[in-house]
Ligand binder design. Sequence first.
Ligand SMILES: Cc1ncc(COP(=O)(O)O)c(C=O)c1O
Length: 475
Amino acid sequence: MSTVRRDFGSFHSSNVQELLELKDDDYQLPPLPVQGPNFLDIKPDLHFGKSIKNKYFILEEECTFLNHGAFGATLKDALLVAQKWQMYTEKQPLRFFDRELLPLLVYVTRRLAKFVGCDPRDLLLVQNATTGINCVIKNLGLGPGDVIFSLSVTYGAVKKLLKHICAETGSILQEETVQFPITSRDQLISLVESTLRPEVTKLAVFDHIPSNIPFIMPIQEIIAICHKRGVPVLVDGAHALGSLPLDIASLKPDYYISNAHKWFCCPKGCAFLYVKRELQSVIRPLVISHGFGSGFNSEFIWSGLKDYSPFLSMPTVIDFWETVGPDTMRKYMYQLCHQAAEHLVHVWNTDLIAPADMFGSMSLVRLPDTLYNSSSPATYQQAEVIQNKLYYKFNIEVGASCVFHTLNFFVQNLQSKYDIHLGFNFSKNESNILFSNLTCLVWMALYFGSLAISIISISLFGILYCFRTSLAFLQ
Ligand SMILES: Cc1ncc(COP(=O)(O)O)c(C=O)c1O
């Protein structure tokens, strides 16, 4: 039984560490004045589709929402639980913030750590992937001549951060270009193997699923290569939690960041940062507050007065995933996405930007040449026109982006607008419009619920029909 002090009054956060260190058998759940649903009505033979969308999400019925990866979509029950926490907070704010909150956040951390396969002492709750990545990069102590290694598919905002830190510290950004179409996982592994320079590289940064070209990076192999050469790895897994099986213990990254407010369906403002134990002494919070000096987790757990309810709703989201079954959900999402991509490739007579088995819940399919028949390179504006027409005419929500084979990072940064399922591929004076119905399919998948297979099929063909109609329109 735990003997730790329970009173966190006046932000004495030192026993956050003690609570995180306790073995499961010794750990006592804090009182939970707000309870979420138990999801007992979810049956083992649950079918996914429209009715589960209506029951568990509040997405507009009439919108074909193909861009779940951009800002996620929150589980309705989690949103309600977060609101209940807000209401509870205001009943007696002192009691909540001063005495109850930190043990509750420890509880959330412990549950999430179990879900992603790591020790809770190595896991920090942060507001979003951007915060987590900034925190690592700004603490590296980079100096002149140090190299940060990255690939051209790195998320645009992260590229800006890396460029900024290099300009500030005199370090160098080495960005290796990924050639399209990607032919195999080995292509990426070889690219890293042949270009990584261990003698100067202080950190390698990889997206687990790049948002513009949403293939699944062979991250385990890449981490192993980097480690063999003594280079620490930061994985930007903004799209990972929920859309991938995540086991940090077996991946062995040095730093891993994932959003919980995208594919995991938590309320907005919910992400985590994992830091390997040996590296924790140099990683300090971007915001220094009461926990400073009281241990790694204590330093992060309180970052000033704010709304902590998104984190407190996370156990409800975990309950949902555990009840429905992460593997079942992913199987559905992947299957639906792959089937749709295959169908589009077939009817359009085009191709995928990477082998089908490198995609999970998102995919990228080239649009038919007839849709884009200019000999000059396509522009972001043209992609935007298509995106807007799909939205305004058909209420289909998709992203747009351009992928350049040249090292024009400025333009690419401009284009890196959240989740991309629509892109332009410039290659040797050839311009092809790439289209992917990614997230929608995934999201359809996340409408896991009460639809029988027949209804799923109808939905799928409905979407495909919309795409085809919109293409006809665009032509
Ligand atoms: C690969 C990648 N990294 C980082 C981010 C930033 O996530 P957030 O805005 O939640 O910080 C995104 C957002 O889409 C992303 O796709």
